[in-house]
Design a protein. Sequence first.
Length: 195
Amino acid sequence: MKKLFLALMVPLAAPLMAQAQIQTFEPPPKPVHFLFGIGLSGGGDKLASGRYEDGSTVDIRAGGLVYLTAGIDYRILPEFSLQGTINYHVDDESAWNGDFKFERFPIELIGYYQPNPVFRVGGGVRYTVSPKLSSNGNAPEANASYANTTSAVVEAEYFVEPDMGVKLRYVHETFKARGREIDGSHVGISANFYF
């Protein structure tokens, strides 16, 4: 009876043992990922205002509005990673009395601690290159170029899928031009895609 039981169990157990071996010898996840992201931000001082034909107004703020991100994410250890990105950040509005645009090109380096597979927190530095307010139409006096600036970034990221994360972030930023300081601090939310 025991021999019959063993003869039946061995063929049934063989696929399970093979599956266990396959899972045991899977290659580790690759440590380097390219990324692309898009986000929205809000905050900072008002830089310019425009008026629509219906009488409503629109403001350009130093912390707004849309940003695009591209870069590399490097996993140093399972719990620690480093991310370097180049960004384009812009707030752009068109009104009857002119078009306004505040654009800048931030470069960021952020270190992360990841306590579990779906969540990580990080902090780092942001160096913003060529911040510039431009206008045409009835407000050419609004044009201004600001000095490059260095600021701090903190953020949290939740991975909806292994290759897609949603970030919530805060940037503490100050721009200088014409002898005065402009607060560009802002909160942002974005989606990043890793490949």
